[in-house]
Design a protein around this ligand. Sequence first.
Ligand code: UDP
Length: 262
Amino acid sequence: MVFYIREIKKEIMEKVNILGIDIDKVNMSEAVGKCVEKIENKEKFFVVTPNAEIIVKASKNEGLFKIINSADLAIPDGIGLVIASKILNNPLMERVTGIDLMTNLLDYADKKKKKIFLLGGAKNVANQAAKKIKENYPSLIISGTMHGYYNRCDQGQEESEVIKLINETKPDMLFVGLGCPLQEEFIAKYQGQINSYLFMVVGGSLDVISGNIKRAPKFYQENGLEWLYRIIKEPTRLKRSLTLPIFVFKVLLKKINNIISK
Ligand code: UDP
């Protein structure tokens, strides 16, 4: 993918509001271009990756709701959002998944010898992910890694130590995979204190990159069915996936409400 700094003319990007959450109407190359532009300009940039489950979660968590709406870029990370945008007559361009955006940013980091820090996942996951990343992108610099159970594990490492560790290594990009809402809350709380430019939530992407969890085959990815693959592989996720019909129902209610109030 070509992603070199593209001038994105409109600083204020077009958005679609889905159940109160503003999603940026970007395609992959625009999302990458925006992140790269900010890193090159040495500006802080917070990227969130809402999907149907996160939007339903945010509707019950005011703090999360505010954090997502105050982020600099909210990519549409889920087929549910693309469908919802069509129902609401304000279609998104395409699904832009967090893991694909991260992969494109790793490619950029490799070409420009940028430094990245990986935070999150069970013990060793970030290290294993770093090893895989280094094999595929030899020129980027892994400035550091930290697992995501720092304040609950035996070592009892506190968040302030994590911030110190990140700051000592001065990454250009910080990828945070602590699950929602911990990862969004972490970035919102510490972004001002951390020496980095790109702050991106990555959910379970470190599990996939490390090889601990297999990403859905291309067929599932291309047909917006990754959620189905994850349920097949991890049936315990079924309960989480039930938020999808709740989400669609809420969007339909919103649509009916829009029609009635016209
Ligand atoms: N996680 C973590 N610390 C925590 C809770 C979760 O590092 O206190 C990690 C967990 O190990 C997993 C990721 O956060 O790697 C969340 O994955 P999930 O599948 O929930 O995210 P999704 O991809 O669905 O957004």
